[in-house]
Design a protein around this ligand. Sequence first.
Ligand SMILES: *Cc1c(COP(=O)(O)O)cnc(C)c1O
Length: 451
Amino acid sequence: MKSYDEIYRYTQKVLDLIEKPGINQEEVEWVKQETLTGFREYVNPGFLEYRKSVTLGALDAAVEWSDAGPNSFRDINGKEYIDCLGGFGIYNVGHRHPKVMKAVTDQLNRQALHSQDLLDPLRAMLMRILAELTPGDLKYSFLVNSGTESVEAALKLARAYNPKKPTIIAATKAFHGKSYGSLAGTAKGVFRRPFMPMLPGVRHVAFNDLDMLRKTMQACKMVGEDVGAVLLEPIQGEGGVNIPDDNYLPGVRQLCDEYGALLIFDEVQTGMGRTGKMFCSEHYDIAPDILCLAKSFGGGIMPAGATVATEKVFSVLFENPFLHTTTFGGNPLACAAAIANINVLIEEKLPERAASMGEYMLKGLREAAKGHVDKIVDVRGKGLLMAMEFVDDNIGFQVSKHMFDNGVLVSGTLVNAQVIRVEPPLTISQEEADKVFDTLALALEKVKQGK
Ligand SMILES: *Cc1c(COP(=O)(O)O)cnc(C)c1O
């Protein structure tokens, strides 16, 4: 322990730093040192092994400091990067969109958080907007702070709605978050194994395999463990941007109806325009019974998410709305951000832009990958949710490292680089996209030469 005096002086130093519009060289060195020490001593030294930018021995480049533009950011040394990771899909309207910033600061200047007891108006307004924006009969929402929370709420709703149907089916390669409920749906063994046992009743079937789903639902029914819900990402993000066959999701919808199971779409990553429609399910002309949103839902400014359900499903919470609650979920700042986010998505036609820029980028990335079949096996995507698949982890890591060195951030990390996601803000310019292609081509050239 240190004295309050010393701790106070440190907090004041950091506050002064935050306040500064620019920092000098001495401060830059201090920030780098504090960040490195802090990660090693107080955050988790493991990160220093995994973060690709650190393992390069180029620690200088590894500390981020500010946004540079809507689609780029700057490290502590002032070097700029085009953001093709997009915070794994949180920056759909770009970094610090002025309209979202304004809504949040205006709201902050009036009231930050809600009383918890009175009726908060922005909550009602955002939920009305959501009911009108989302497909099918989706109507009532529960507001949350993160993706994993939106999935938790969905699972609890499904269990309460279908109490006699205890089985929940998820898919292999799925990612739904890491709190216990959502982790039960998440598929990766390494994330689950240390925390067994999982939530009972959750099983996994192969993604994009309708026949396996049908047989599993049949079998569950035969043994009296009926399926109450099927939880899916319409396109799997974290699992490698896996796009199902066109008939898969409509087929799942049909099976759910046949067996009286709820269909939960986790659109935490695919939602809010990412795949070229406001919601990915719209590509297939179907609607889920429960829809999970987060990531870019808060406009890249506020952590925010929502679980939207049909009235029929959501009504299990009518009698006692306190069955499922959260203190911060749907706070006024988050609501202001989410409303501004939807306003911007519509005003700037960003879902359409994701569709056209997605086509442009897919073509450009494929072009850049030409002649490198020995390294890159596939470039795929829908809208601006794209991925490059490499022959192995190591090649993917080399490529992402070179791209990073040349000012383009993509998702490859030391542990998981066989499939690298490319999901820039939907506002990415053609010029920036062109630079990404050139950078990829250059990176592939360098890896070829064994550098
Ligand atoms: C990121 C993600 C989550 C988890 O969101 P968190 O905010 O990290 O909890 C859940 N589902 C999908 C599809 C995601 O991409």
